[in-house]
Design a protein around this ligand. Structure first.
Ligand code: NA7
Length: 560
């Protein structure tokens, strides 16, 4: 596939320009915004801190980084030609291939001419007298625009815990979400802090290279086998033949996945399984006795988590499933103390983001890998040559923080965003983010957030979520222009109504269980208000709501 890496250095000259739409971020959202704005005849400029496109897939270059959605569906739907010409080599592509895809899209649609790289946005302010946004950058650019779109990503503000002594470490200190472009020597003594998706993906790969790997784990994770495999040509061909039906089914699915069966050539939508996937006799794990539950695991393995319809709804069934899962760990990890340390207890499966892995538990059978349970033996300091816990000192050459992100609000908090009367977004959100549909904030006219808090975003195939938001935003701007309207702004009342609905659909799920602490709830960041951030009511339902809002004259928005 022809694709190039952007080689343009940070532009020398400072530009002041005035455009219709200024976009922050050149990940998959920012790139698609360029496509849509151009097609709509809107002038657009994108500001991007990195040196090239790709967003998440530009920054997260750690070993083992991989998508956990099948790539035939984790890809743009806006161009049939693009769909037909691009070939994925694996079912779930690794980071380098997804980044190549992003670059290919940038080349193919000549996107980079509207993107300024190596340019970090520092502030965005709404000028009420002119109904315009002024965006400033760390290079001194001043961009004015009628509309400002924050395509800043949900998982882009790295969380680097301020552990005492962190900056005294004389070895190499890295964060998975800000991984260097050049190859990193991991052959020495390596430590990894964190066992979320990033840690679980990186640990088996680093273990292959490191002389010794120490995993510092605060909370044992639930992780399911990714079952990734090389792409079979007949599967790719079936997708390409049925791509229009696949995309339609994605749009009207619960989480942006089509349920396409390559052998049958049909999607979940065509098979009419959209609402009737629950059999008339619901399969309940809680209804089985211990022997039956064991037999179910022997038959279905990890399939029990979806086969039984009560696992994610009923705490009793959930705990039964967790118990089977714990037995599984003990059967894979040879050393009983290590197995014990890796075993999740005290919170339900389905509370945190589901992690997928490739030989994660097997890695702990290697002689060069061990785990330190830092809940029992906490890290006290980082020293110049390693990590000190309450009980021991571990010498390290490289320390990897796989400690996640200030999710969904962190990237916006890092920009000084000022709306009407100079109100700061970070102040307005001090008690937790308030949005209408995850698209707009009251007091911030003509400011849009792509996959913002209160939208399905991270709970859906995020490329499908991005396309839906970008389409909605650009269609809305075009519509405003056609009606001669200058601004669109949601109201505090609409925000309150939507926020209540977001909470209502999350209540009673494992996501908000009292024992749950996840980044969905902001629980990974000290001082962040506990609030369930994404919308769990289903992607199709959300899309229908957004469509209805527009057809009913922008209910919940004020147009001037
Ligand atoms: P996650 O899922 O937030 O995982 C971060 C991990 O780091 C997790 O195990 C945390 O333990 C641990 N952590 C965080 N802060 C600390 C401190 N201060 N000390 C020790 N350990 C800590 O981030 P990922 O990057 O793995 O994944 C993010 C998303 O990217 C993922 O869900 C996919 O959507 C892609 P904790 O559980 O908080 O005790």
């Amino acid at each position: 596939m022809p694709e190039t890496e952007n080689v343009a250095a940070r532009p020398a000259e400072v530009h002041d320009v005035d455009v219709d739409v200024v976009v922050v971020g050149a990940g998959f959202a920012g790139m698609y915004l360029v496509v849509r704005c151009r097609a709509a005849g809107l002038s657009v400029v994108v500001l991007e801190a990195g040196t090239d496109v790709g967003g998440t897939w530009y920054w997260n270059r750690y070993p083992g980084a991989r998508c956990d959605v099948v790539s035939m569906e984790y890809s743009y739907s806006f161009s049939s030609e693009l769909e037909q010409e691009w070939d994925w080599t694996e079912a779930m592509a690794a980071q380098p291939e997804i980044l190549r895809y992003a670059r290919h899209v940038a080349d193919r649609f000549d996107l980079r001419r509207d993107i300024r790289f190596s340019t970090r946005v520092t502030s965005a302010a709404f000028e009420e007298s002119a109904d315009r946004w002024t965006v400033r950058t760390d290079r001194g650019d001043r961009i004015t625009a009628r509309h400002c779109v924050m395509a800043t990503g949900c998982l882009s503000a790295a969380n680097l815990p301020d552990i005492p002594g962190r900056d005294t470490f004389t070895g190499r200190l890295l964060h998975t979400g800000n991984w260097p472009k050049e190859p990193v020597d991991l052959s020495g003594r390596v430590g990894v802090i964190g066992t979320g998706s990033s840690g679980v993906q990186a640990i088996p790969v680093i273990a292959e290279e490191a002389a010794h790997l120490t995993v510092f784990q605060r909370t044992p994770t639930f992780t399911f086998p990714a079952n990734n495999r090389p792409m079979k040509p007949e599967i790719a061909a079936a997708y390409k033949e049925h791509y229009r039906e696949v995309r339609e089914a994605q749009k009207w699915s619960a989480a942006g996945m089509s349920g396409f069966s390559p052998s049958r050539g049909t999607t979940i939508l065509q098979r009419g399984e959209r609402r009737s996937d629950t059999p008339s006799e619901p399969r309940l794990l809680a209804a089985l006795d211990a022997d039956e539950r064991r037999a179910a695991w022997d038959r279905l393995g990890f399939g029990i988590f979806t086969y039984f319809k009560d696992v994610y709804r009923d705490p009793v069934a959930n705990e039964y499933a967790c118990a089977l899962y714990r037995d599984h760990i003990r059967s894979v990890v040879a050393d009983p103390a290590t197995a014990e340390a890796l075993t999740p207890v005290g919170y339900p499966v389905g509370c945190k983001r589901q992690v997928l892995d490739t030989r994660f538990y097997e890695t702990f059978n290697r002689p060069n890998v061990d785990v330190v349970d830092i809940a029992a033996d906490p890290i006290t300091t980082i020293t110049p040559d390693g990590v000190r816990t309450a009980r021991r000192h571990i010498e390290l050459d490289t320390l990897v923080f796989a400690t996640g992100f200030d999710a969904m609000t962190g990237a916006l908090d890092r920009i000084d965003v000022a709306g009407r009367s100079g109100t700061r977004l970070r102040d307005y959100w001090a008690e937790g983010p308030r949005t209408y549909l995850g698209l707009q904030v009251a007091g911030f006219p003509n400011l849009f957030t792509v996959t913002g808090p209160g939208s399905p975003s991270v709970l859906a195939n995020v490329i499908v979520a991005i396309e839906q938001h970008v389409d909605w935003i650009v269609d809305t701007i075009v519509d405003l222009d056609a009606r001669g309207m200058r601004t669109i702004e949601t109201t505090a009342e609409a925000e309150a109504r939507w926020g209540a609905h977001v909470n209502e659909v999350a209540a009673g799920t494992m996501y908000t269980a009292p024992t749950c602490a996840s980044w969905y709830l902001g629980a990974n960041i000290e001082g962040k208000p506990r609030q369930f951030l994404p919308y769990v009511g289903g992607f199709a339902r959300y899309r229908a709501t957004c469509d209805r809002v527009r057809t009913e004259g922008y209910d919940g928005f004020v147009l001037t």
